[in-house]
Design a protein around this ligand. Structure first.
Ligand code: FES
Length: 87
């Protein structure tokens, strides 16, 4: 598991193995727009301020993945212990 932190509110939530970042945020009242929920459409794209995403999408290209400043919370996860999201 890893932690996601909401930059605007300072709130943080643990993301367990069996849930997506999107699911955890949604359960805690942080709404993100999603469509495909499979990493294809880019609808859920969210800016990352700190931490290293574990990219699982097919939407961003290699250079965009390497920049680590955005990720797809419908399917991607974290390599670092914490991700700070620009939400
Ligand atoms: Fe389509 Fe996340 S909802 S990439």
């Amino acid at each position: 598991s890893f932690e996601v932190k909401i930059a605007s509110s300072g709130a943080s939530f643990m993301v367990p193995k069996d849930k997506t970042v999107y699911e955890v945020l949604s359960e805690n009242g942080v709404e993100i727009m999603v469509s495909c929920e499979q990493g294809v459409c880019g609808t859920c794209l969210t800016r990352v301020l700190e931490g290293e995403p574990d990219h699982r999408d097919l939407y961003l290209d290699d250079a965009e993945h390497a920049a680590n400043d955005q990720f797809t919370p419908c399917c991607s996860r974290a390599k670092s212990k914490t991700l700070v999201l620009d939400l």
